[in-house]
Design a protein around this ligand. Structure first.
Ligand code: PEP
Ligand code: MN
Length: 269
């Protein structure tokens, strides 16, 4: 038997479109930009970022409230209370939310505050989590594992799809290689390969993909040209003060410049 079937182009030729409601769709017709801080930190921070998104006509904000940190002493997120603030401020401004779910027990309490569940690179092969998200009526974006192959990512997506949830997005966020000159090796090749193998939308994460703020713009544009359906980027009003991943986080000027450059190449939504 095949390792995966339902997520493959052989099974479904037409590209999948993810509908978030209120006219927000992720598909091949435009380039979907999702942006926001690595971690949700405060209401002031959420408000500042939301204002910036509205100004640039961007409809989806990212931000973690459950943070998988390498060190247990690092900031691990504001949890469900942070998510409630995140949701309240975004809803008041017509912004959708993508945020990471780390474990099965969090799904239910997060449900009403989330538009897209993100499965992080450290959880790509948490098969219990994938099974549980298969029973959820919300889109799920699955990141490629830190040392995961393209085929393993597709098999993880197959877990969710075969358990009943077809609203899936695939995300290339860089992999661990021998190279130490940057954080991760953003695998540009994965984008056309994933698009060829699967009907699911493919999202690039250039922030984690290279891990260096000044190069995020170039990698985002490269991913667009390579055929990505969108990108998720880290953005913050004061990146140097961010609680996590500040070194790869765009400030507002850099973000606006990125949006302008994308608009020259594709319709952005
Ligand atoms: C994140 O999006 O902040 C994150 C933790 O990403 P990843 O799972 O790709 O490391
Ligand atoms: Mn991050």
């Amino acid at each position: 038997t095949d390792a995966y079937k339902l997520v493959s182009r052989k099974w479904k030729v037409n590209p999948t479109s993810i509908d978030l409601g209120d006219g927000v769709q992720i598909n091949e017709n435009n380039f979907t930009l999702m942006a926001g801080p690595c971690s949700i930190e405060s209401e002031e921070q959420i408000e500042a970022v939301v204002e910036q998104l509205v100004k640039n006509n961007i409809k989806i904000m990212r931000g973690g409230v459950y943070k998988p940190r390498s060190s247990p002493y690092a900031f691990r997120g504001l949890g469900i209370e942070g998510l409630k603030s995140f949701h309240r401020i975004c809803r008041a401004n017509g912004i959708k939310i993508i945020t990471e779910v780390m474990q099965v027990s969090q799904i239910e309490e997060m449900m009403e505050y989330v538009d897209i569940f993100q499965v992080g690179a450290r959880n790509t092969q948490n098969f219990n989590l994938l099974d549980a998200l298969g029973a959820v009526d919300k889109p799920v974006m699955i990141k490629r594992g830190i040392s995961g192959s393209i085929d393993e990512l597709l098999q993880s997506a197959e877990y969710v799809f075969s358990a009943g949830n077809e609203k899936l997005l695939l995300c290339e966020r860089g992999i661990r290689t021998f190279e130490g000159a940057y954080r991760n090796t953003f695998d540009i090749n994965a984008i056309p390969i994933l698009k060829e193998k699967s009907h699911l939308p493919v999202i690039a994460d250039p922030s984690h993909g290279i891990g260096i703020r000044k190069h995020v713009e170039r990698i985002t544009l490269a991913a667009l040209v390579a055929g990505a359906d969108g990108a998720i980027v880290e953005m913050h009003h004061e990146p140097e003060k961010a609680f996590s991943d500040g070194q790869q986080t765009l400030d507002f000027d850099e973000f606006s410049t990125l949006v302008a450059k994308i608009k020259k190449l594709r319709e952005v939504a």
